[in-house]
Ligand binder design. Structure first.
Ligand code: DC
Length: 226
C-alpha cells in the first residue's frame, strides 16, 4: 500500500507518544504524522463554522477540505495554521482534545481523513502517531508499537506538562478527562483504540523516555530500518 517505511505508534492519550514520535522522527530525519492534530483541527474547524460536533456529514466535509499548514520550527516544534490562523496553542487544550475525541467517533470523519494521513508516508519514512495507525491507516507498517501507561501515571504526566508551561492543572479533573476519553476512544465502533495483533505492547508506567526510545530503536533495527 505504501512505499516509504512506517513506524506506527498507537496508544491512549498521555502515554508519551507525542514526545517519543518527535524524538524518533528527528533522530532519523523521517516525516512525522500527528494524526491527533487532524482530529483536533477538524473539531476546531467545526466550532469555528458553528457546525455541531455530532453533525456527521457536515463535520466530514470540513475534515475532507481542512485548510491546514504544518510549518516546522526549531527544536522539532511545528506551527499549525488553520484557515490562515495560527492555532498551535488552541488545538492543544484539554477542551479541544475532548471535542476531537467526539468527532473521531464519526465514521465519515475518519474516512475523510484517511487519504490525508496516508499521504504522509513519503521517503525516507514516516513516524505515525495515533490510535489506529497500525490497525487501519498503515496496516502494513513494518514496525508497530502500542505505547501505554496507567491512567493515573498519564494524568500525572499531563499535570507536570501543564505545570512546565506555567498552567495550573487539577489532577483529579485531568484523570477524569483521561478516563472518559479512553472509554470513548476504546469503545467506538469504527477504528477503536486497541493494539494491532502484530504490535509490540510497551507498558511505560515505570519507564523513562530514554528507555522507551531504546525499545523503539531496537525494534527499528530488528526490522532493518536503521
Ligand atoms: O492524540 P491526541 O490527544 O491529539 O488525539 C485527540 C483525539 O483524537 C483522541 O481522543 C482520539 C482522536 N484520535 C483518533 O481517534 N485517531 C487517531 N489516529 C488520533 C487521534
Amino acid at each position: 500500500m505504501t512505499q516509504a517505511p512506517v513506524l506506527a505508534i498507537d496508544g491512549p492519550g498521555g502515554a508519551g507518544k507525542g514526545t517519543i514520535c518527535q524524538l524518533v522522527a528527528k533522530k532519523l530525519g523521517w516525516h512525522l504524522l500527528d494524526s491527533g492534530a487532524l482530529y483536533r483541527l477538524t473539531a476546531l474547524a467545526a466550532s469555528k463554522h458553528g457546525v455541531a460536533l455530532d453533525n456527521e456529514e457536515s463535520v466530514a466535509v470540513l475534515a475532507k477540505h481542512l485548510d491546514v499548514q504544518f510549518i516546522p520550527q526549531d527544536e522539532g516544534l511545528v506551527n499549525t495554521i488553520l484557515e490562515g490562523e495560527d492555532v498551535s496553542l488552541n488545538i492543544r487544550t484539554e477542551e479541544v482534545g475532548s471535542m476531537a475525541s467526539k468527532v473521531a467517533a464519526l465514521p465519515a470523519v475518519r474516512q475523510a481523513l484517511l487519504e490525508r494521513q496516508r499521504d504522509f508516508a513519503q521517503s525516507p519514512g514516516v513516524v505515525a502517531d495515533g490510535r489506529d495507525m497500525g490497525t487501519v491507516v498503515f496496516p502494513d507498517a513494518p514496525v508497530k508499537i502500542y505505547l501505554t501507561a496507567s491512567a493515573e501515571e498519564r494524568a500525572k504526566r499531563r499535570f507536570l506538562q501543564l505545570q512546565e508551561k506555567g498552567v495550573d492543572g487539577d489532577i483529579e479533573a485531568i484523570l477524569k478527562d483521561i478516563q472518559e476519553r479512553d472509554e470513548r476512544d476504546m469503545n467506538r465502533e469504527v477504528a477503536p483504540l486497541k493494539p494491532a495483533v502484530d504490535s509490540l505492547v510497551v507498558e511505560s508506567t515505570n519507564m523513562s523516555i530514554e528507555q522507551v526510545l531504546d525499545v523503539v530503536m531496537t525494534e527499528l533495527k530488528r526490522a532493518n530500518l536503521v
